[in-house]
Design a binder for this molecule. Structure first.
Ligand code: ZN
Length: 140
């Protein structure tokens, strides 16, 4: 019996484009099948595809002892109701968008202190998958 990887991931509105794996991790390149975003200016559906955003690396729950990484390039859509080229990146409720990292060295801090603070902020801003894997959750 073959089980499609989409069933194992159990995430609505995605398509798995490719899967790579080794003894430690499974990496899935995925894309959204949502087809729109909500315009950040007017709140209506933006449906004209504009471009792909920066790739996100999302961590799912482990599967069969392997770390599961999802790579997603969120799509940006242009709103046809707003004037100008208003574009908005799609979102889904199963992951959080990373927060912008704003870190600048102060006059009193050394570069190494600033680097460590920047590194910690980067870790905090890494997107994380909030949805649990149904297969792992049901495992005995
Ligand atoms: Zn709009």
């Amino acid at each position: 019996m073959t089980i499609p990887i989409e069933h194992l991931l159990n995430i609505p509105g995605i398509r798995v484009l490719s899967v790579k794996y080794d003894e430690h991790k499974i990496t899935c390149q995925i894309e959204s099948t949502q087809g729109y975003s909500i315009c950040h200016t007017c709140g209506r559906k933006a449906t004209e595809f504009h471009e792909h955003g920066q790739e996100l690396e999302l961590r799912h729950l482990p599967l069969c002892g392997r770390q599961v990484i999802l790579r997603l390039r969120p799509k940006r859509y242009r709103c046809l109701y707003c004037e100008g080229a208003v574009t908005t990146t799609e979102r889904a409720d199963w992951y959080e968008m990373p927060k912008p990292v704003v870190a600048k060295p102060t006059r009193n801090s050394s570069y190494s202190n600033w680097s460590m603070a920047h590194f910690k902020r980067s870790l905090r801003s890494t997107a994380s998958l909030t949805m649990s894997c149904a297969v792992c959750s049901n495992a005995p």
